[in-house]
Write a protein of this length. Structure first.
Lengths: 322, 246
């Protein structure tokens, strides 16, 4: 049994990782303060309730990231010779599906509030001796809940790019877009103040659809990951140029006539098989190891690459043996 | 690392948002700007018609209806004082609790009183309520000179039948009795009854009731006006109850 090497990152990425982990811890503290602030002013508003659940759900990606970045370092062993990187994808998928599920429930809940024409009752609170409409407190809590996520979302993007971490990237995007839900809920509350009972439920619906959308996006990313999709750029918008660069590099070696790659992403790493058709009838194992080392030298993400010499590239997949 | 300038620019959207909300708050502070408003215009209708429609639910001592059908009681006084403050009259109607809340739900009444609590209104689901303007505690009290127990295990406790609290005593391990045959030294009473009763309170509290006035759902200007009135006369309810007891 030959087990894989444990996960190692270059110095720059190690620094980015420490930075990202610190950021996520501080963010969870900030998030906890937001969750408390919203909870204390919740009242009878559907929009506030939905915004609160959304904020609670925002704990899922940072926790997934913190757990994942630990677990991926566990040493591969005789039972799990390929290591633990997949654990993180599975945890990510489970939490993403849960997110989508809660989103669906919230859409249903807000829809029912609209159908039943529920008129939200928001009364007064006593604040420093004055009687204040509770809606103002809700809006103050929402304003507070809007500022921090936007800042943290921006701060997370750099380490996400450096680490090629899709969980962290998706989390950063979600935080960055969070101001919209805060604004929606605030508009809903102001709407109630103007006597539009439906404004609250409509705002809640808007937020719920956003949660559902986030859940869908996270689920899609997790599924693509587990399906061994061709490597993508961290923002998921395009395909990574790395595989074609690897192909080009190997094709330039003097003993190589042609080469094809079959690559995938495992966590932040690009792994897989490179099929090589040699010029001559013999292949020195040292050449193979050299080709693998050259590809790994291309980028830190290239890892666990196997170079497989084949007699004929056109018939790699031909199971009859040509 | 992030520079101060970029920090300012990235936070600008939420700052603009907060600024616009502050602007709205300033607007709301203006006198002629009614905020919050009622979706169904209850407050404006009451003021325009010079009358509010109130359902009274029999519940001593909150609502007591005597022989000639004129409602009295602690919460009836409260409603009448509120009506005077608004300069309107009260159109009373008597109904059981469920029908009172249904009337609020249908929009056939503006208020309902009769010892409603936060949980009793919430359980109906079709009406709303004010903040808990009075908290009533049921305490176990002892006859002067009687031993004050640590718990009720096996002890007889007198519970007035209209209190409907036998279950609370049983839960605490005591034996509720409705008639005092001379061997009962403990009684479960509302805290406001204590001064008039001459009983000595024990540390055993069995229940708290958050008293509210039931209102139609979502009529936020109306609720605000009532709550402002209730907050201004804190203590009046307790004083009236003690008066009633003596």
């Amino acid at each position: 049994m030959i087990v894989r090497d444990p996960v190692r990152l270059p110095e720059e990425q190690e620094k980015a990782m420490r930075h990202a982990r610190r950021l996520q811890w501080v963010w969870m503290l900030a998030l906890a303060s937001i969750v408390v602030a919203i909870y204390l002013t919740l009242g009878n508003s559907q929009a506030m309730k939905t915004a609160w659940i959304e904020d609670l759900l925002s704990f899922v990606p940072p926790i997934a990231f913190l757990v994942a970045s630990r677990v991926e370092r566990w040493r591969p062993n005789a039972r799990f010779p390929l290591g633990y990187i997949r654990v993180t994808s599975i945890a990510y998928l489970v939490s993403a599906v849960a997110l989508a599920g809660v989103g669906l429930f919230l859409v249903f809940d807000a829809g029912m509030a609209l159908i039943h024409t529920e008129h939200p009752t928001i009364g007064s609170v006593e604040l420093f001796g004055a009687t204040v409409w509770q809606g103002w407190l809700m809006i103050a809590a929402l304003a507070y809940s809007v500022i921090l996520p936007v800042i943290f979302g921006r701060l997370k993007m750099r380490p996400a790019r450096q680490l090629h971490d899709k969980v962290l990237w998706a989390d950063a995007l979600m935080n960055k877009a969070d101001w919209m839900t805060g604004l929606a809920a605030a508009v809903g509350i102001v709407g109630i103040g103007f006597g539009w009972w439906w404004a609250d439920a409509v705002a809640a619906l808007f937020i719920a659809v956003d949660v559902l959308h986030d859940g869908g996006r996270h689920t899609a990313i997790a599924v693509r990951d587990l399906m061994d999709e061709v490597p993508r750029t961290v923002d998921g918008k395009g395909f990574d140029p790395l595989p074609s660069r690897m192909k080009g590099l190997v094709e330039e070696l003097s003993w190589v006539r042609g080469c094809e790659v079959r690559l995938r992403e495992e966590g932040r790493f690009v792994t897989g098989t490179v099929y090589v058709e040699p010029r001559g009838p013999h292949v020195d194992p040292v050449w193979v190891r050299d080709a693998e080392a050259r590809m790994r030298g291309l980028h830190w993400r290239v890892d666990r690459i196997s170079v497989v010499p084949v007699p004929d590239l056109a018939n790699v997949l031909d199971r009859s043996g040509g | 690392m992030i520079r101060p300038a970029s920090l300012a620019s990235l936070a600008s959207r939420p700052i603009r948002l907060s600024a616009s909300i502050l602007g709205m708050m300033a607007l709301a502070a203006c006198d002629d700007f009614r905020f919050p408003r009622d979706p169904n215009g209850t407050l404006e209708r009451v003021l325009a018609a010079d009358r509010m429609r109130v359902v009274a639910v029999d519940h001593v001592p909150w609502v007591v209806v005597d022989g000639d059908g004129v409602p009295a009681g602690v919460e009836v006084d409260t409603v009448q004082a509120f009506a005077r403050a608004l300069g309107v009259t009260v159109e009373w109607r008597r109904a059981p609790a469920f029908e009172a809340l249904e009337a609020l739900k249908r929009g056939d009444a503006d208020l309902a009183v009769g010892g409603f609590t936060r949980s009793s209104v919430a359980a109906h689901g079709g009406a709303a309520h004010t903040y808990a303007y009075f908290t009533e505690t049921l305490v176990v009290a002892a006859e002067p000179g009687a031993a004050v127990p640590d718990d009720l295990e096996g002890l007889k406790v007198y519970v007035a039948p209209d209190l409907l609290a036998d279950g609370l005593v049983e839960e605490a391990g005591g034996i509720p009795v409705a008639e005092d045959a001379g061997d009962v030294r403990l009684a479960l009473v509302p805290d406001w009854w204590l001064p008039a009763s001459g009983l000595v309170p024990t540390p055993i509290e069995l229940h708290r009731d958050d008293h509210v006035i039931a209102v139609p759902q979502g009529e936020n200007a109306w609720v605000m006006r009532l709550e402002r009135f209730l907050r201004a006369r804190v203590g009046a309810t307790g004083a009236r109850l003690r008066e009633y007891a003596s």
